[in-house]
Design a protein around this ligand. Structure first.
Ligand code: THU
Length: 138
């Protein structure tokens, strides 16, 4: 079972490395994979604003690069005093590598954490099954 408390600490630490020069909105994320490894990420912005990438996606991509394919738990934290659930794009990316029952914990403005699941954050996700349905038909 993933230790969400430890994952929250890892997300907080990762936030220290955010590169949020333009928004000043620093985010940290931590992902535990089903093989028990942990990967962290932070948002990285760019002078070409649209090229910014979120903390959750840098964490997921680090996990995938290291050979992992299955997420077991996720933690996300933003600046102190701000509730920071994952954005829609990150929900889609998380859904690619995590089943709907995977727990996700995000920091709330009052300093507490809200615990939810990938399925609750993105119900009826568009996924590989939809594409598989037409494979070979084109
Ligand atoms: N951001 C994240 O890192 N994760 C989210 O889920 C929401 C937004 C980042 C992107 C950008 O660098 C900054 O927060 C402001 O949108």
């Amino acid at each position: 079972m993933p230790d969400l408390a430890e994952l929250r600490v890892a997300a907080r630490a990762a936030r220290e490395n955010a590169y949020a020069r333009y928004s000043h909105f620093t985010v940290g994320a931590a992902v535990e994979t089903t093989d028990g490894r942990r990967f962290t990420g932070a948002n990285i912005e760019n002078a070409s604003y649209g090229l910014a990438i979120c903390a959750e996606r840098t964490a997921v991509f680090a996990a995938v690069l290291a050979g992992a394919r299955e997420i077991a738990a996720v933690a996300v934290t933003g600046p102190d005093g701000v509730t920071t659930p994952p954005c829609g794009a990150c929900r889609q990316v998380l859904a690619e590598f995590g089943t709907p029952d995977v727990p996700l914990t995000y920091a709330r403005a009052d300093g507490s954490w809200s615990d939810t699941t990938l399925g609750a954050l993105l119900p009826v996700a568009f996924d590989a099954a939809s594409l598989d349905a037409v494979r070979g038909n084109g």
